[in-house]
Write a protein that binds this ligand. Structure first.
Ligand SMILES: C[S@@+](CC[C@H](N)C(=O)[O-])C[C@H]1O[C@@H](n2cnc3c(N)ncnc32)[C@H](O)[C@@H]1O
Length: 216
């Protein structure tokens, strides 16, 4: 069985003071805006091994990035990638927490964008509430995001793409759709790819994409 929280992985993360933010720090609300200066702040939820958000941080030094992942074993892989970089990055931090209650971590109106890449599919109808784009999550994100901020989703799962549209139908005063695609890679060159995206595009699977803008 694959170990999601391999013994020692959380300790490994905690020992890295440059990139890892332990819970004690993040319960101090609005920690990021206070300590990261005034640059815009972007959050990736379910970051996995970190390819996507690390590339963003390397190429976009004028922005700050947070990578949230619930399993320490995969996050340890992300932190090892950061440790290998020649130049230390000051605009990215990793958090090992569940996205269930982000209001414990962030102030309202504190985020400029949220990325959700290849979220767990939860295909059974009885598990819909666990999907990261379920209505209850979308309401939570809306409180944390600033006016004009965005949410971007990517997935290879058509049922999730359809589900996103169902969920935002009742939220037209919260969000508007500003981008969508049923085959992202055939339409544009994608600069920031994730581990799962690479794997599925190499298999020839279409990548579904949706971008929402926050209305207040
Ligand atoms: C299918 S993987 C995709 C990883 C990466 N985003 C990619 O595209 O390569 C989904 C990741 O989201 C994480 N995840 C799922 N639900 C989460 C939650 N509620 N809070 C934090 N992380 C979550 C999982 O542990 C897993 O690493």
């Amino acid at each position: 069985m694959r170990l999601r929280n391999k013994p020692g992985s959380l300790d490994y993360l905690k020992n890295n003071k440059d990139y890892f933010l332990p819970s004690e720090k993040i319960i101090e609300k609005n920690y990021f805006n206070k300590n990261f200066n005034e640059k815009p702040l972007y959050l990736e939820i379910g970051t996995g091994k970190g390819n996507f958000i690390i590339k963003h941080a390397i190429e976009e030094k004028n922005k700050n990035f947070l990578a949230l992942e619930k399993y320490s074993t995969v996050l340890m892989i992300a932190i090892k990638k950061l440790e290998k970089l020649e130049n230390k990055l000051s605009n990215i931090k990793l958090i090992c927490e569940d996205a269930r209650d982000l209001s414990l971590i962030f102030e309202d109106n504190s985020l400029d964008g949220i990325y959700i890449n290849f979220p767990d599919p939860w295909p059974k109808s009885g598990h819909k509430k666990r999907r990261l784009m379920h209505n209850s999550f979308l309401k939570q994100y809306h409180s944390l995001l600033k006016k004009g901020a965005f949410i971007e989703f990517k997935s290879d799962q058509k049922h999730l793409y359809d589900f996103w549209f169902e969920e935002i139908e009742s939220m037209s005063s919260f969000y508007k759709v500003v981008g969508k695609s049923e085959d992202l890679h055939s339409e544009e060159k994608v600069k920031f790819t994730t581990e799962y995206e690479k794997k599925f595009t190499s298999l020839g699977n279409p990548i579904y994409f949706l971008k929402l803008e926050v209305l207040k």
